[in-house]
Design a protein around this ligand. Structure first.
Ligand code: KG4
Ligand code: ZN
Length: 333
C-alpha cells in the first residue's frame, strides 16, 4: 500500500495531504475564499501569489501530522492540469523540488481524476464501475468510471459549469460569493415551485447540460418582477433556480446510470454539497435501486487527499511522471 504526499493548488485552495492507499493520514487545506470574496470571484494573480505564501507551511503541516518520515513516503503526487496556470505552477514547482530533494518519484494527477477519487476515500468498499456526477465551480460532467484510471465522459456542460451558474445567479440576486452556499441557505425559506425555469436540455445529447440559458432566464425574471427596482422575492427565485438545477442534474445522472446498467452513483465537487441536489439524487436513486454515495463536504471541495488517492493508484501501476512534466490550464480527462 503506497504512502503518497500530495499537493493541490489548481484554483484558490492551497492543499497538502499524506494518504496511505485509501486512508487519509493528514489533510491540510488553506482556503483563499475570503480574499477572493472581496472581488466577487477568483482573481488568478492573487491566487498564485497566495499559494506562494501558504504552500510550504501546508506541506510541512501535512508531513508533520501524518506521523510518517520521508523514508516511508513512496511518491509525490501533484495536480498538473487543468486549472489556473499560475496557481498550478506553484504546486508543481513545490512537488518537483520535494521529489528531487528526497529522491521520490513524481506522479502527475488530473484534477478531475482527483475529484472522482474523493469517492474512493469516502467509501473504501467502492469499486468501479460506477457513475460519477462531478459538479464544481469549473466543471459539470457525468463520468463513467469503467475501471481505475479508465474514464469515459458521458455528459458535460456546453457553457457554464453548475457552480459557475450558482455563483452568477447569486450575484444577480445580490447574494455573496461563493454563491452556492448562499443560494442553498436562502432557498430553504423559498417556494421551489414559484417560477418555472428552463432545464437546459440539449437535443440528442441527453446527458449534456447548458446553464447559460437558465442564468439568462433568471435575469429576465428579475427584470420582469422588478422593472423599477422593487424588492425581489429572492428566496423564491433562489429556490426555483436551485430546484431546476437539481432536477436537471439528477434526472440526467440517473438516466445515464440506468441506460448503462450501473448500480452505483457518486456525486462529487463543491456543488455536490447542495441540499436540493442531494435529496433529488437520493430519492431518484432509491426509486431505481441505485446506491448513491455523497462524500463529506471536506472531500467534495478541493483538497489534496483526493489527489493523493489518485496518485496512489497510478503509483501502484508503475505510472510515474517525468520531472519535466508541464502544467496545462486545459486538459481532457
Ligand atoms: O469543487 P469546488 O470547491 O471548487 C472547484 O471549482 O474546483 O467548487 C466550488 C463551487 C462554487 O461555485 C460554489 O458556489 C459551489 O461549488 N458550491 C455550492 C454549494 N457549496 C459550494 N453550490 C451549490 N450548493 C452548495 N451548497
Ligand atoms: Zn475542483
Amino acid at each position: 500500500m503506497p504512502t503518497i504526499l500530495a499537493i493541490e493548488s489548481s484554483c484558490d485552495e492551497t492543499a497538502a495531504a499524506v494518504v496511505c492507499d485509501r486512508q487519509i493520514l493528514s489533510s491540510v487545506v488553506s482556503s483563499q475564499i475570503k480574499t477572493h470574496a472581496l472581488y466577487g470571484g477568483v482573481v488568478p494573480e492573487i491566487a498564485a501569489r497566495q499559494h506562494v505564501e501558504t504552500i510550504n507551511p501546508a506541506i510541512a503541516q501535512a508531513y508533520r501530522e501524518s506521523g510518517k518520515t520521508w523514508a516511508e513516503i513512496d511518491g509525490i503526487a501533484v495536480t498538473t492540469a487543468p486549472g489556473l496556470i499560475g496557481s498550478l505552477m506553484i504546486g508543481v514547482t513545490a512537488a518537483k523540488t520535494l521529489a528531487m530533494l528526497h529522491r521520490k518519484p513524481l506522479i502527475a494527477v488530473h484534477h478531475l481524476e482527483g475529484h472522482i477519487c474523493s469517492a474512493l476515500l469516502a467509501e473504501p468498499t467502492l469499486e468501479p464501475p460506477f457513475l460519477c456526477l462531478l459538479v464544481s465551480g469549473g466543471h459539470s460532467s457525468i463520468i463513467l468510471v469503467k475501471d481505475y484510471t479508465d474514464y469515459r465522459v458521458m455528459g458535460k456542460t456546453r457553457d457554464d459549469a453548475a457552480g459557475e451558474a450558482f455563483d452568477k445567479v447569486a450575484r444577480l440576486l445580490g447574494l455573496g460569493y461563493p454563491g452556492g452556499p448562499a443560494i442553498d441557505q436562502i432557498a430553504k425559506m423559498g417556494d421551489a415551485k414559484a417560477y418555472k425555469l428552463p432545464q437546459g436540455r440539449i437535443p440528442d445529447f441527453p446527458y449534456d447540460s447548458s446553464f447559460s440559458g437558465l442564468k439568462t432566464a433568471v435575469l429576465r425574471l428579475t427584470q420582469k418582477l422588478s422593472p423599477n427596482g422593487e424588492a425581489l422575492p429572492i428566496a423564491d427565485i433562489a429556490a426555483s433556480f436551485q430546484e431546476t438545477v437539481a432536477i436537471a442534474l439528477a434526472n440526467r445522472t440517473i438516466k445515464c446510470a440506468i441506460e448503462h446498467h450501473l448500480s452505483t452513483i457518486v456525486a462529487v465537487g463543491g456543488v455536490a454539497a447542495n441540499s436540493a441536489l442531494r435529496s433529488r439524487l437520493l430519492a431518484s436513486a432509491e426509486e431505481h435501486h441505485i446506491r448513491a454515495i455523497f462524500p463529506p463536504l471536506s472531500l467534495c471541495t478541493d483538497n489534496a487527499a483526493m489527489i493523493g488517492c489518485a496518485g496512489a493508484i497510478h503509483f501502484a501501476r508503475g505510472e510515474t511522471s517525468s520531472m519535466s512534466i508541464a502544467t496545462r490550464s486545459r486538459l481532457n480527462l
